[in-house]
Design a protein around this ligand. Structure first.
Ligand code: ZN
Length: 315
């Protein structure tokens, strides 16, 4: 994109600042006790003044005028003003949003809120760890049935351009024996506390942390014994045998380097600790809780090995 084109779209968005970003929206229902109680239950809020309907939790501000998940009559959502131009310029991705809220008065049952949204700002192009992008900010204003403003929200979103595949990304592949190019398995995050575990795997040993004071075994490894707080520790080699305590079969999201559907199990090792690992050579539909399994050391990179489990004949 040339500099002129770039300025064109950015200037267009800048010219929209201060304008309405979506038509005003009045809540379908007034502030009400059943919704407050549901929200409090979900959020773990137990203040009696909310549960008896004296007031609504301020953090519910957004709830009353919230849009619908599905379009339909009276449910036209629409795109916030300016976002289509930002996306057309290639800034299609979002990783996080940021919300600042201001509560001007407590809401009570019966209040009917209306929200008005204006485009507040668009930043210069920023370089972020994810790629270049722009912060786009919207100002939400909530007023009651008398037109009194009861709260405000600043909603900021970073729209960034996903980086094109570089040579480095393309190089993260391996060629298998059949000459087929395969994406590499992601490398594990190895910390000082867990380094022994990965070193053990390289030697085809399944090691767990053993407390130097109380002798209990722990996994995953950490700096301190969760039972007696001792910092002393050693390791114990496990047999690699265990049973499936629980499992999931991952379908999405699909990360390069894995094969899907991917059964992942929480395995109770004979020694009494639990470990999470992928399952091998078991059809996802055949996985059962309490199934006996044994460890297999799988070389997934030139210099690292991960544990996986396969079915074992109980004995
Ligand atoms: Zn201990």
């Amino acid at each position: 994109m040339s500099g002129t084109e770039k300025n064109n779209w950015l200037e267009k968005v800048r010219a929209m600042v201060g304008r309405e970003a979506l038509p005003p929206q009045t809540a379908a229902d007034p502030v009400n006790l059943p919704m407050i109680r549901r929200w409090c239950e979900a959020m773990g809020e137990s203040d009696p003044k909310y549960l008896d309907g004296t007031a609504a939790p301020p953090a519910m501000l957004f709830v009353w005028t919230m849009g619908h998940f599905r379009a339909g009559p009276g449910r036209e959502g629409g795109t916030l003003l300016g976002l289509d131009l930002v996306e057309a310029a290639g800034f299609t991705s979002v990783v996080a949003t940021n919300v600042e809220e201001e509560y001007l008065r407590e809401l009570r049952c019966g209040d009917v809120l209306t929200q008005r949204i204006t485009l507040d700002a668009i930043s210069e192009e920023k370089k972020t760890g994810l790629g270049v992008g722009h912060f786009v900010t919207y100002r939400y204003e909530f007023s009651d049935q008398k037109g009194e403003v009861v709260g405000r929200t600043l909603f900021r979103v970073l729209k960034f351009r996903p980086p094109a595949k570089t040579n480095e990304t393309a190089a993260r592949v391996d060629t298998d024996t059949a000459g087929v190019t395969q994406p590499l398995h992601p490398r594990p995050a190895i910390t000082r506390d867990g380094a022994f575990f990965w070193e053990g795997l390289n030697q085809r040993k399944l090691l767990v942390r053993k407390c130097g004071s109380c002798g209990r075994l722990h996994h995953p490894p950490g700096p301190m014994c969760p039972d007696c707080n001792s910092l002393e520790w050693t390791t114990q080699q496990c047999s690699g045998r265990g049973r499936i305590h629980s499992f999931v079969v991952v379908h999405q999201p699909q990360i390069p380097g894995f094969q899907y559907p991917l059964p992942v199990a929480l395995v109770d090792l004979e020694e009494g600790v639990r470990i999470v690992a992928n399952l091998r050579d078991i059809a996802p539909g055949k996985v059962r809780i309490n199934m006996p399994v044994e460890v297999e050391f799988v070389e997934v990179g030139k210099d690292f090995v991960i544990p996986a489990f396969r079915e074992r004949q109980a004995g």
